[in-house]
Structure formats: structure tokens, C-alpha cells
Design a binder for this molecule. Sequence first.
Ligand code: ADP
Length: 440
Amino acid sequence: MFYFWRRALFSPFVFFFLSLLVWATVGALPASLFFSLLLLIHLILHLHQLKALDFWLANSDERMVPDGPGMWEEVFTRLNRMVRQHRKEHEQHIAALQHMEQATSALPEGVTILDGAYHIEWCNPLAEQHFGLDCKRDIGQQITYLARQPEFVQYLTLHEFSEPLVLCGARQDELTLSIKLIPYGNNKLLLISRDITHLERIETMRRDFIANVSHELRTPLTVVNGFVETLHDMPNLENSMTRRALHLMGEQTHRMERLVDDLLTLSKLENTLNTLQEETVNVSRLLSTLHQEGQSLSAKKHTLRLELASHCALLGNTDELRSAFSNLISNAIHYTPQGGEILVSWHEQGDRPVFSVQDSGSGIAPQHIPRLTERFYRVDRSRSRETGGTGLGLAIVKHITSRHQARLEIASVEGKGSTFSIVFPVSRRLTLPAEEAITA
Ligand code: ADP
């Protein structure tokens, strides 16, 4: 600071002493005129440097920092140092950014950065391909203006990103994308898109294969079963060994028929083209019928109760819901020993309609619960066979549940019993006219 003032005030002091000399030789008036003249020249020189600075500031990216004498030399030297430092840091930032861009471009997934209102801030080349974007042209645009598929728009609107979205036919070329949104930072979103067309094709082939094989097996099985039954019922069949063999053959072909039927049901539920045919389902009436069917399946071995605590109806598919509810009721009957109690109930949790089946049966150990809805997963294989189970019942229930945007909840204590509940969303709750409601 001292150095600055020394340089800044050096010239005025010199002018002052020169003026004092002039005063001593030619008098006060010429001396003051001389001093004023020197100050004016000094001021003009400063203004000239200020102009040079202003000129440079107007286009500092392209021009060199100006040079100047006296105190300006110090100012410009410092400015020059700052500019060089700033340019160096800027180049480092650009290099880091380019490095990041190269890394994200090499990712096998599309990456798009969105702000809180879904405006595009940046995207990598793969995301450009996935959504038909142009990173330079579309920056600042709302992504839903460019990717308009209703499922995608709904996914963003619901703001529920825990599960990825599978987007079929994302562009004309039948692209299937798996889309995940990850919130981060200050109200920003990372949109990760993955091309799963190939996986989907394999999955479709697998589904078609199972559906075709099941379909092809159905006719020969019906024929074999018909003949086995005819032979078994023949009056002149003396040999007890043959009768027993035919009985076992009949049982096994029936089991295979049930398996084929369940596989076909699963294929139908998995088919993305098979959209849910919605109607008003009078659940109370449906459960009354299933309760009667359950009682004949139980053959008075259990106490089977029905509790209709809600009279609301559902927006859903009657056949699918019948299949899911009856699967859970028949499981409760099959896995509850004689004398046990089963409670089928229809009630509400808040505004959410809930179907539940509670039994006092064998219960399920906690490690099995997360896997129960996998195909062919059984806790006890031989018990399942005894009951005539196919191992596909809960997989079917899970599919039907998710087609209705509902949640399957399983609570169980080994040796004490289990409760299987289907919790439906409020949006599926319907109110029936009073004359259609049934009370149990
Ligand atoms: P399954 O045709 O073998 O019954 P599911 O998919 O319906 O196949 O059920 C899968 C497994 O879950 C069953 O094998 C059984 O071990 C278990 N399970 C299902 N329901 C119950 C229940 N209410 N109590 C005890 N275990 C059950």
C-alpha cells in the first residue's frame, strides 16, 4: 500500500517542487500556472491509461492487458498475472469437462441431466439416440416436448422413481428402453436410459415358447386323460394293480393339465399387448361366491369365515381378481391343518381397499417370504405336491396385483399362520349403488 502511494504521489510532489523553483525565480502567478499545467498533463495521462483499461475490459478475452508507466505499470502487471491465472484455471476446467464428457459418452447408457421442471441441461450421444435429441439444439427444452410417449409423461408426472420404467417403441425403430430417474443435488435429475430391445426380444421369445409349448401340450394331455379315465371306469378291469396304475396316471395327467393351465394364464398376464380390461367389480358378491367354493374345497375341515367390512367395489378385471383371490383362499385351505381357522376379509386401510386371507396354518419362515412369488418356488416341495399345487399360484397373484397397481403383502409366523393381503390404490376404489351392496 505504501509503495502504491509513493508511486502515485511521486509526480505531484516533483511538480510541486518545480513550481516552487519557478515561484522563487519568476513569481507566484507563473508558478501556479506552471503547476496547474503539469497537473493537467498528469491528469490527461491518467485518463489515457483509464481509456486503455476500459478498451481492454470491453474485450478482455481477445486483447492483451495494456502496458502503462508509473503506478499503472504495477496495476497492469497485477491484472496480467490475474488474467493468466484465470485463463489457466479456465483451461483446466474445460479439460476436466471434456474428460467428463468423453467418459459419459463412453458409458453404455444414455445420460441426460434435467432440472426440476424437466428441462434438458445436458445429454450424452447415446441419450440423443434414445430420445431423438440434439444436445446443442434442445438444451433448455422440456424433455416431454421431445419424448411424448404417454407412459413416459405419466412416469415423470407421478414423480415415483423407485422402479424403472420400461418404454416400448421409444422411437420408430421399435426401441425398448429401461428408464431410471435419479434425483441429485439441488433439484436436479439424472435420466439414465438403457437399450433393452435385445433383452426384451429374448424375453418375448421365452414367453412365446412357454405359451406355445403349453398350448401344444394341452390337446395330447386331454386325449391321454380321457383314455385313462375311460380305462379306469371299465367294469371288467379286474386287476387291482392296473386300476391303481390308471388312478395314478389320472392324477398325474390332471396335475399336468393344471400346470399347463397356470403356465398359459401366466403367459397371458405377462403379454404386454394384453392390457387390463377394466370393469366395475362387485367384490362383496365375488367373495361370497369364492367363500362358498372355499367351503366345498375345505370339506368342513376348517372354519372358513367371510368378513365384509367394506362395501366398496373395485375398478379392475373380474376374472383376474377372481383368480388372485381364489388362489390365496385355496392356499390357506391347503396349508392349514384340519381344524384350523381361515378368515377372508374385505376392508379398507385409510381409503385403500384391502383383500386379505388370514389362516392359522403352518406359517412360513421369514427367509422364504421374499421368494414366494417366484415361479415354482415352494417352501416344502412334497407338501405342495400333496396339495396338488403347481408352484405358480403366487406368481399369478403377483402379476394380477401389479396389473391393478396394487401391493401384495405377506405376514407370517412359522407354526402360527399367515396373512396374505392385496392392498389396492385409492384410484381403484368405487362406490356401489346401495341396492347392489351385499353384507355378510
Ligand atoms: P403352490 O402351488 O405350491 O401352492 P404357490 O405359488 O401358490 O404354489 O405358493 C408357493 C409356496 O408358498 C407354496 O409351495 C407354500 O410353500 C407357500 N405358501 C403359499 N401360501 C401359503 C400359506 N397360506 N401358508 C403357508 N405356506 C404357504
